[in-house]
Write a protein that binds this ligand. Structure first.
Ligand SMILES: [Fe+2]
Length: 254
């Protein structure tokens, strides 16, 4: 099992502060069957900037530490990049780290809205051959209120990643319900932990796949797991045609 979104590198962002905690997070990942994780420290989110060379160095240090602890987990470099003014130019000048240095870039929207320039930036990234992967759309307030905002972006070629803990119910019933709808309507293509620590933001990837299996069967689990494997190995992820989530009409009121 591959986890494409995690804050596991120590001391870079709001992930673990110490190497010891990071190693414990790796243990929790391996226990549930994860063999590879992409480390995606925050970048340009207003608080953290984590640049290319620093992330690569941190990944190498962490892998050495895991080897010393005999923990069989591969760590690949990545970044969770907030959509910002220079994202297209910086991507063009190889200033950003795509997921495992493939052509997929993990992009975070602000939590409260979808900026008006989102569609244009995601389109321009694709013109450069970069596939945007929108991180946890189910946690964006504007998308939660109107999922057609996400539908338009996916229809125009973006991919999206739902967070395992959203599926597992950690962020409440509404987020869980929306997450399941996004999976059902092919509006998300990956499940990833977005783990920050072992306490309040643990890795719940295996748990989320249990929930998905109960709801949609093994086929859905297989596809979602396979997409992460295809991504990490540099392939193109097949995205089925997305569909709109229909709002339920309240009958008899008007
Ligand atoms: Fe994240």
């Amino acid at each position: 099992m591959i986890d494409i979104h995690s804050h596991i590198l120590p001391g870079l962002d709001d992930g673990p502060e110490s190497m010891t905690s990071a190693v414990e997070m790796a243990r929790k990942a391996v226990e549930q069957g994860i063999t590879g994780m992409i480390a995606t420290p925050h970048h340009q989110n207003g608080t953290y900037e984590n640049h290319y060379e620093d992330i690569l160095a941190a990944v190498h240090r962490f892998e050495d530490e895991l080897r010393a602890h005999k923990i069989d987990l591969h760590i690949a470099p990545g970044q969770e990049v907030r959509l910002y003014g220079n994202i297209v130019a910086d991507a063009a000048h190889s200033q950003l780290i795509t997921l495992n240095q493939t052509n997929h870039l993990l992009i975070e929207l602000p939590s409260d809205h979808v900026p008006s320039y989102t569609a244009r930036y995601l389109y321009e990234l694709q013109l450069q051959g970069i596939k945007p992967v929108i991180a946890h759309p189910e946690r964006n307030r504007e998308i939660a209120a109107d999922s057609s905002k996400l539908y338009e972006l996916i229809k125009n070629g973006a991919l999206a990643q739902v967070t395992a803990s959203s599926v597992a119910g950690r962020f409440g019933r509404n987020v869980k319900k929306l997450s399941m709808q996004l999976i059902e309507h092919e509006l998300v293509h990956f499940v990833a932990s977005d783990t920050h620590n072992n306490t309040n933001r643990p890795n719940e990837l295996a748990k989320s796949f249990d929930v998905i299996e109960k709801e949609f069967g093994m086929g859905a689990v297989y596809t979602l797991k396979e997409n992460a494997e295809i991504l990490v190995s540099g392939g193109s992820v097949y995205a089925g045609p997305p569909s709109r989530i229909k709002k339920k009409k309240i009958l008899g009121l008007f």
